[in-house]
Write a protein that binds this ligand. Sequence first.
Ligand code: FE
Ligand code: CA
Length: 542
Amino acid sequence: MTPTGQHSPELRAAARHLGRRRFLTGTGAAAALAFAVNLPTAGVAGAAELDAARIPADPFTLGVASGDPAPHSVLLWTRLAPKPFELNGGLPAERVTVQWELARDARFRRVVRRGTVTAHPEFNHSVRVQADHLDADRQYWFRFRTGRWVSGTGRTRTAPPAGSRSGLTLAAVSCQAYHDGYFTAFKHLAEDDVDVVFHLGDYLYEYAVNAAGGARKYTDRTLPDIFNRETQTLDDYRRRYALYKSDPDLRAAHAAHPFVVTWDDHEVENNYADDIDENGNPPEEFLLRRASAYRAYWENQPLRLPQRPTGSDMQLYRRLDWGRLAQFDILDTRQYRSDQAYGDKAHAPGPESRDPRRTITGATQERWLIDGWRRSRALWNVVPQQVTFSERKLDLTADAKLSMDAWDGYSASRDRVLAGAKSAGVDNLMVLTGDVHVAYAFDIKADFGKPSSKTLGTEIVATSIASGKDGAERPANWDTYMKANPHLKFYNGRRGYVTVALGQKSARADFKTVSAVTTPGAPLTTAASFITEVGNQGLKPA
Ligand code: FE
Ligand code: CA
């Protein structure tokens, strides 16, 4: 990113002004607080303002979203792009004034907050509003307006107040390769009764779309050539988000529920580790690409201000509370990890993968996680993150291979985290995982080699939304994996998502799958359901 330091004092003053909080008058006595979060970075700071009446077509093509609900606030998002596949979404490099409103009802008869926010060209005309001073544990509806255009309506909610013990149903999703199939699972999720959706990464894939021989290529319009290349530049990543958000089912899921997002590798590049990519480019070169990818991620996700990136760094790990019921520690296992052991090939554990100097979280995040557990007063301690946490033997030999990209490749990290959970007195640990394009349910064992050892928690792995095309209920390696891993209680290779209902006495996981994604409109079925009891961890069929 171009540092602002090279600009004139006038431009720097303009940047400070734009970064300042602005109070906005709401309806009645209510004052709404919104953030003008978009700090200019390049030479167009203080860009002219576009007369919204001159926007020639609906700029709300990418839908609306909300995220990171807190007891009294939620983050609202949209992005203006009348021509989403064109550079800058078809808008000139000018500021656009956008109005927003938030109501107690879907017809906006009882508007409780409204305000004005600026969409800056420097941030691709993304719009971010922190709606504050809301009632806890309440549903709200919101929308945006500019000129004569009004966005679709989003539904969102706040978290319960600090002491609340009320229950929660979450959905976990991951891995939505556009070129592999339709987002039918999102269509069903939009209609499902959940409080919040956790997205565990691979929101987009960097690969060339047309060249991948995608499932949609044969049924949809031919995509513009700009997508027929791997994403490298900021414009590439921005337009890739536009492609993904052109999907009506993805937009419907965002409009229906608040999302809590974290990334995995493909938002940047396959299996990258910190500043190391898979093609051996110099780290300083890869970090330029990472900066572009992180910036586009920020622009396109309903994330709060502390997550705004600085160059190639972005603090995505963060904590959310759901009353006294659950503490969510959302991890980032990509940005700070050591390079994969054994050249990132499936490999039996050995001195390299066990090296205690290696880390999947980085030391700072690991300390933050364990310190947070020490202070936790929640019944459930849930860790939404990316890659498989439990041991997963890939074959039946005595020297079975493991995935070096997952926690199996960083076993010292896993040991430290589990020791930290024990010392912090975490009784009801649940890890939520994506990445592998299949659904799993694991008991997390004190010693994965000993089925009789203590069960420390459960790991629920969400299958992909589309990645891997249709998949199979029982993949070819099903028998092998189930035999090699006695703590693996469920394995299903269809596409879909998982819901988890957290309660005072138990948690229930429902694994939901669609029969196909290479054709649209497949129905949703519940493939399996499990419960785990408070104080007596371990998965049982429900
Ligand atoms: Fe994936
Ligand atoms: Ca992945």
